[in-house]
Design a protein around this ligand. Sequence first.
Ligand code: PLP
Length: 440
Amino acid sequence: MPLETPVPATSAAATEPPSRQQRLRSEAAALFPGGVNSPVRAFRAVGLPPLVIERGEGPYVVDADGRRYVDYVGAWGAAILGHAHARVVAAIRAALERGLAFGATHPDEIALASAIRGAMPSIELLRFTSSGTEAAMSALRVARAATGCDLVIAFAGGYHGHSDGLLAEAGSGVAAQGIPGSAGVPAPVAAQTIVLPYGDAEAVDAALHRHAGRVAAVIVEPVAANMGVVEPGGAYLAALRRATDAHGTLLVFDEVITGFRVSRGGAQQRYGVTPDLTVLGKVIGGGMPVGAYGGRRDLMRLVAPVGPVYQAGTLAGHPLAMAAGTATLAELSEERYEALEATAAELEQGLRDAARAAGRAVSLARVGSLLTLHFRAAPPRNAAEAGEVDREAYAGFFGAMLDQGILPPPSPLEAWFVSLAHGPAEVAATIAAARRALAA
Ligand code: PLP
């Protein structure tokens, strides 16, 4: 159904006035492409009208008709403490009173940067941006400047934001030749990105040999979370480290999702593999717009005004984002990660049991508080396998969960984000709903 068409909830809707949410949805459809400001919000992958969310409280979001959902979208990963966490809100309020933005160095930038550096020793110097997209794009600019090489290796099914070069994806098995993954990306730009299958270290080694002396960086989500959750494991990451070292290529971990999520020190701590550069976002902004990239001092000293790599931002290091991020990271002690792990493990087990009871060919992948219920008998290991999930079955599952007040991600190829606000009651409600949804 075209999203621009207001969707009647029941046949009676033809005579009833539209609900507030239906009205807002129609207004949004007249203002934004697809009615949204980021494509996945349109719910196209599940064939339903998108929600208009009015507010959030802890593990819940509330739509414009006042319906409450246990939320596993979690602002796409940013809301690790849940919504409207009192200390984060208080920190933002206090920052607000001091003024919004100054375009100058601010004490809160230093506080957040120190917390990040304390958790991730590979980050000696860093730079804040306003989004993960900018951070990933800028990290690769640094890598290219440092190595004098243009090519970059990325992996099919990975996502590093929407900058031109990073939308390239493998086409028709021509893994060595990037093709535009989006209209509007110049082919010569896309061709600078070599797209390889995720989880295959030999393919990386082979590509580095084939393009010897021409590859600036390998950029990787150390746990993939944009084709559903796919855990390649520490041995794969260590193999990437060895291969890049052997070829003078830089290793860039995109920890926009995994940073401060799969452990306080991110995937690099969890798997004990140290990248040259790290890209961050989401959790470090506590729900405010933010990104960061950082790493080895010699590399980051290439960034202007010290070095020749230009990168800037009017609102970069925004005081409200810095305050929200600092307050968020202050809550994330090692014990809180243990609690998060326990909650997510309970949810995983419940979903596994529900799937078994329903006799459904689904599988579960979980790393810390990231999980995906894959509608495929075995968890996918790469984009090709993730492409085989039963999208129609997922859409049915999603609709049945939504009807029961549970909001999983509106696409089978996204992670569920468990937060510290999710407790036993929400987990139990989710599992009970999943039993019914999977049995249907
Ligand atoms: N990198 C990863 C791994 C992401 O998941 C995302 C966004 O989902 C980005 C980069 C881009 O971040 P942003 O949406 O803040 O531009």
